[in-house]
Ligand binder design. Structure first.
Ligand code: ACO
Length: 331
């Protein structure tokens, strides 16, 4: 999918929202047979954020969105399309995006949810670009959000230590030809669905006493298989999008990878021949926030001044589905 449309699309602002609640590795040591040393060495994670009290997925979306809109100088009514990428909506019906639209009062936007696991922000960016290129809409608000702590099995040390909650928002709009999204490539392989899934709570196994007793409403994961897959596809898809643009990893100012495990990030970066300073990492503070990982890392890097106008960025992700993909953009 190279950028050949009528209008160029680019991210003009970002925002993030992270719950104040924290779970440190020391906290996990008190409920699981695990250690700070094991978690840090095997995953790179020191702590993750967790919603508390009444805080919800849509609340995080609204906070992140308001920041992004303010930075773009846009009012909520000026949003034409709102996409919420999530696997953890407040409700199964109606959509997360309808709840966010109402809270934001983005009255003129048509809205939908996008379910692509941790690759959701990249999927959303590509979809937004197509609507903008076609001239159908001008301003897209894309939110990558996940609230994973309520669906973790806190007795499963293989899984629960990895995930956290957060949201990242981006305003995507028409930009000059030399800026914005240059190429993206998206993939899915549904044959691998059971590597990361929630067995109950859908219409196949509606929640009942039995499913709850069997802990089927929690996420189940085959970490080892995902690990191998992730290193391979992150490397390949990054090279593929760079190739489309006739660029190579050495041209990149920064790679912003999905933050699932520091060892996955380091292995893929090494295969790509990137220097550690070319790779944006924040996993130690937030763990894996699924759809929110990339936009939160992007927002932090822009806010800190690391990412500057004109920088060449690659974003790369993999997630439940399985899904994966990469994008190249000029900031
Ligand atoms: N604390 C202590 N020991 C643990 C823990 C823990 N939290 N978790 C697992 N172990 C144990 C295992 O039980 C195993 O013990 P055993 O040898 O006695 O059976 C041992 O540690 C080694 O386990 P491995 O599974 O080999 O550990 P590995 O180094 O593969 O790390 C991990 C496991 C962290 C899950 C890794 O495989 C991983 O990160 N995989 C990718 C997961 C991922 O990215 N998921 C999300 C993808 S999609 C998305 O982002 C939504």
């Amino acid at each position: 999918m190279s950028n050949l449309g009528q209008y160029n699309a680019g991210i003009i602002s970002t925002g993030r929202a992270l719950p104040i609640g924290k779970i440190t590795n020391a906290d996990l040591e008190t409920i699981l047979e695990t250690s700070d040393d094991w978690i840090q060495t095997r995953t790179g994670i020191r702590e993750r954020r967790m919603v508390t009290g009444d805080e919800t997925n849509s609340d995080l979306c609204v906070t992140a969105s308001r920041i992004a809109l303010e930075r773009a100088g846009l009012k909520a009514e000026e949003v034409d399309l709102l996409i919420v990428s999530t696997v953890t909506p407040d409700l199964t019906l109606p959509s997360a995006s309808c709840l966010v639209q109402s809270k934001l009062q983005a009255r003129n936007a048509f809205v939908f949810d996008l379910v692509a696991g941790c690759s959701g922000f990249l999927y959303g960016l590509t979809v937004a670009e197509k609507f903008i290129q076609a001239g159908t809409v001008k301003n897209v608000l894309l939110v990558g959000v996940d609230v994973l702590t309520p669906i973790m099995d806190w007795q499963d040390r293989n899984t629960c230590v990895l995930f956290g909650d957060g949201a990242g928002a981006a305003v995507i709009t028409r930009v000059e030809a030399e800026r914005g999204l240059m190429a993206s490539k998206l993939y899915a392989d549904g044959d691998k669905a059971e590597l990361l899934y929630t067995p109950a709570g859908g219409t196949k196994n509606p929640a009942n006493y039995g499913t709850v007793e069997d802990r089927m409403h929690y996420v189940r994961m085959n970490g080892k298989e995902i690990f191998k897959f992730a290193v391979k596809v992150m490397t390949e898809s990054t090279l593929e999008v760079l190739n489309i643009c006739e660029l190579s990893p050495t041209n990149l100012d920064y790679l912003i990878p999905h933050q699932a495990n520091i060892r996955i990030i380091e292995s893929a970066s090494k295969k790509l021949g990137l220097l550690p300073e070319q790779v944006i990492v924040n996993i130690e503070r937030f763990g894996n926030m699924s759809s929110a990982s990339i936009p939160v890392a992007l927002d932090e890097a822009v806010e800190s001044g690391k990412i500057k106008e004109g920088h060449l960025l690659a974003l790369v992700a993999f997630g439940a589905g399985l899904t994966w993909g990469a994008a190249v953009l000029r900031w």
